[in-house]
Design a protein around this ligand. Sequence first.
Ligand code: GLV
Ligand code: MG
Length: 342
Amino acid sequence: MRSPKDFFAPLAVGAPAPLTQVPSRPSRVIHFFDPSNAKMAAKVPAMVGTVDVLLGNLEDAVKADKKEAARVGLVAIAKATDFGDSTQLWTRVNSLDSPWVLDDLTTLVSEIGDKLDVIMVPKVQGPEDIHYVDRLLAQLEAKAGLTRPILVHAILETARGVANVEAIAGASPRMQGLSLGPADLAADRRMKTTRVGGGHPGYLVRQDPPAGVEDAVNAPRATYQQDLWHYTIARMVDACAMHGIFAYYGPFGDIADVVACEDQFRNAFLLGCVGTWSLHPVQIEIAKRVFSPSAEDVAHARRVVEAMGDGTGAVMLDGKMEDDASLKQCQVMLELADRLAA
Ligand code: GLV
Ligand code: MG
């Protein structure tokens, strides 16, 4: 991954010390909490070490008259909590067209900028939104004397954002990753689903009519539910891979349906996402399990690496051909396993 320090020129006047890279720690699960909700906020310290990322949410799902309380609550939690080495602190600020975002950014960077790893920016429309946040963060960091850059994560949740996804992913060396925002995206595209992520029973393909039977069209036929989000996730993953940043699935709103949640998370993992959001504690274990390579995959990958010797040529293992390219696939799996074990 590119190092932000390669790109950050110190500001000319009153320049802070050179910025150092934030290590790319595993972030399989980004657990959302509402800092304006005292009961939820009180549970945060006990969650340190159990999730990769704790995200104080200031945007949607926080009522307009609680925006200030959420911001103040996040500052208090951040100041009072030691997040240690295995949990990062992120926030989702309000959108750039809202009356709250300027206060979100100025308050958070000046008060807890040393504790914030990543700022998630919702409803990003194009690279210009990232440029704006990037410049503002540089100014606020310089003013606060911060020596470590705060990274930026964009939510892909407008049609225009999806159209600009490659430019957004490459808009700044601060870019940490992108998440799919299926609820806002569905509304922006005028999709006819009211679900927050996941599949839809109406989005189907049907087996061909059987040949040679009467009323073949109405004969019983298998149907297969399709993935509404495949196109967007695939575009997002390609844009992230091209720019060396991370792709994430977003929210899965049907908290009770842990089985469909796991399916959605697994599809995203298989397509190249490194993690997902968790909106409820039941989703944490699902996310950790799904976004970690299985013991079988790791064992297979190690066998392929061993069998491939110097890494060139082709070998047969269990009747299957392995070569330089499948070796690379195995190395992806092992690199993730090593990072998670570190
Ligand atoms: C997330 O923010 C979404 O809109 O799905
Ligand atoms: Mg949204």
